[in-house]
Design a protein. Structure first.
Length: 183
């Protein structure tokens, strides 16, 4: 069904890759130690998967720039990483809050019946009767599971479970859900 290996789609293409886009995998959450290591809030599952990429894209006011991971590891409290060019806590603090991502083309292909959330965001959502519910805006993780937030005439929080997915047609730009209009 879903591979929550990424959190959100960003439609910025600062490197000029035609038809490609950045998929956000996490963000810089804080500094760690005195040698420039940074805490990374990873949106991948498991969290350490963000370290599988030697080069990430880091968001800045001017767009996306490459940043190389020199070292990284998972700890009991999360992921920490040492990035090239960031050798002091002062330099690290300048990056706190920045998003980290990869080009969509660099993600592994999902297995049949599995989807990256970012591939579903923006799809037209219909119910099984063909009535339009809105567009898939984003996904949200709650204590009871993941929900798909559909924005239309009203905002719907549809549980992201196999029983609610009738059909996914990415090429056609739509997703069909088992969800009545009056919910």
């Amino acid at each position: 069904m879903s591979r929550p290996d990424e959190r959100a789609l960003v439609d910025r293409d600062s490197a000029g890759r035609a038809g490609d886009r950045i998929v956000v995998l996490g963000r810089i959450a804080g500094t760690f130690g005195v040698k420039g290591w940074l805490k990374v809030s990873s949106y991948t599952e498991p969290a350490g998967n963000i370290l599988d990429y030697e080069v990430l894209q880091i968001g800045a006011a001017t767009g996306w720039n490459e940043i190389r991971i020199e070292e990284g590891r998972e700890t009991g409290k999360g992921v920490i990483a040492k990035f090239a060019g960031i050798d002091t806590p002062e330099l690290g603090r300048l990056r706190v809050g920045a998003e980290l991502g990869v080009w969509r083309s660099e993600l592994p292909a999902p297995a049949p019946g599995e989807y990256y959330w970012s591939d579903l965001e923006g799809l037209q959502a219909l119910n099984a009767d063909g009535a339009e519910l809105g567009r898939v805006d984003h996904f949200r993780t709650t204590p009871t599971g993941t929900v798909m937030v559909v924005k239309g005439a009203k905002e719907l929080w549809v549980p992201f479970v196999r029983e609610r997915l009738v059909k996914v047609e990415i090429d056609a730009g739509r997703i069909v859900l088992d969800w009545p209009l009056d919910w």
